[in-house]
Write a protein that binds this ligand. Structure first.
Ligand SMILES: N[C@@H](CCC(=O)N[C@@H](CS)C(=O)NCC(=O)O)C(=O)O
Length: 322
């Protein structure tokens, strides 16, 4: 995988696993938020660059969609496949702001000495022409809370009274589930893979039990924690199960996780953020290190819109969405 080193694009191989073969995700570099002197909350000023394939970017896209921030915060996509040049723009998915060829150009503009892999999502300030933030959890939070006044729908995904639990949940699912599928898929040794898969399925079993008696992770309210969980679950059967070898069980085989996934998918505003074609093409084609022939697996035949029984549980989608 290639990356920027002090602003220059260089080829590097296997920069992501440690001596035990454990996948190590890079720390993100930009951590500002909206509502500061540098980045005041203003409609039309901010832009998000995402890939529809990326689960981290998906949290941001869902937050924007559910809150009705489409007009206030613009959004564009990169080309789903990622090759040696990193994320690229294309005729189908151009850079609407600067007509750049590659996402990395924006990183170098924001920091000419930038070192690291250029990732999505990116929250971009069109006034100061820099990256506000490139960490999905923080972008989701700043769109949800700091940009709340720009929202056209009264949807609060970090409600008072639930906040500690939402933070705890986001933290709890990160290592075994959200990042766990990557720990399995990018493991550099059998031991690292075994540990990742054990952690992943233990956590999925635990959350399947939790969701037997409650509609959402934090109880009766849809929160940011559900967006974080959904972004992994909706990709699971199509890519993580096969491409990342997380094949002990599929999500559609779980009693409660499957109903939960369909419930979220059919929540107004979510389905439009899911592009399974981009998801499948991105993973199978981009990771030549684990799928050298870039063949795309077919299936499975699952229907996220078929009925579910989650209405039997207390709570439901925010009234503003119905
Ligand atoms: N911690 C970051 C991770 C973002 C991330 O790793 N995005 C992936 C796509 S799913 C990416 O852009 N990878 C590019 C690369 O690794 O070169 C976040 O949550 O925003």
């Amino acid at each position: 995988m290639n990356r920027l080193v002090e602003g220059e694009w260089v080829a590097e191989i296997n920069i992501e696993t440690d001596d035990d073969g454990e996948f190590e995700r890079q720390e993100q570099a930009f951590h500002d938020r909206l509502g500061t002197d540098a980045h005041p909350v203003e409609a039309g000023r901010y832009h998000v660059y995402i890939s529809r394939a990326c689960p981290w970017a998906h949290r941001v896209a869902m937050t924007r969609s559910l809150k009705g921030l489409d007009d206030a915060v613009s959004l564009s996509l990169v080309q789903p496949e990622r090759y040696d040049e990193g994320w690229e723009f294309s005729d189908a998915h151009p850079d609407p702001l600067y007509d750049a060829d590659y996402l990395r150009e924006l990183y170098v503009h924001a920091d000419p000495e930038f070192t690291g892999r250029p990732t999505v999502p990116v929250l971009w300030d069109t006034e100061t022409k820099t990256i506000v933030n490139n960490e999905s959890e923080e972008i989701m939070r700043t769109l949800d809370v700091a940009a709340h006044d720009l929202a056209t729908r009264d949807v609060d995904l970090y409600p008072e009274g639930y906040r500690d639990e939402v933070d705890r949940l986001i933290d709890d699912i990160y290592d075994p589930i959200n990042n766990g599928v990557y720990r399995a898929g990018f493991a550099g040794s059998q031991g690292a893979y075994d540990r990742a898969v054990d952690d992943l399925f233990a956590a999925l079993d635990r959350y399947d039990d939790l969701l037997a008696d409650q509609r959402y992770l934090a109880g009766d309210r849809l929160t940011e924690a559900d967006l974080a969980m959904f972004a992994t679950l909706v990709r699971f059967d199509h890519v993580y199960h096969t491409h990342f070898k997380c094949n002990r069980r599929a999500i559609h085989e779980y009693d409660h996780l499957w109903g939960y996934t369909k419930d979220l998918y059919t929540t107004p505003g979510i389905e439009r953020t899911v592009n399974m074609d981009h998801i499948v093409r991105h993973y199978y084609v981009s990771h030549a290190n684990i799928n050298p022939k870039r063949l795309v697996a077919t299936g499975p035949d699952v229907d996220f819109t078929e009925g579910h029984d989650r209405d039997r549980l207390p709570g439901g989608p925010p009234a503003a969405l119905l």
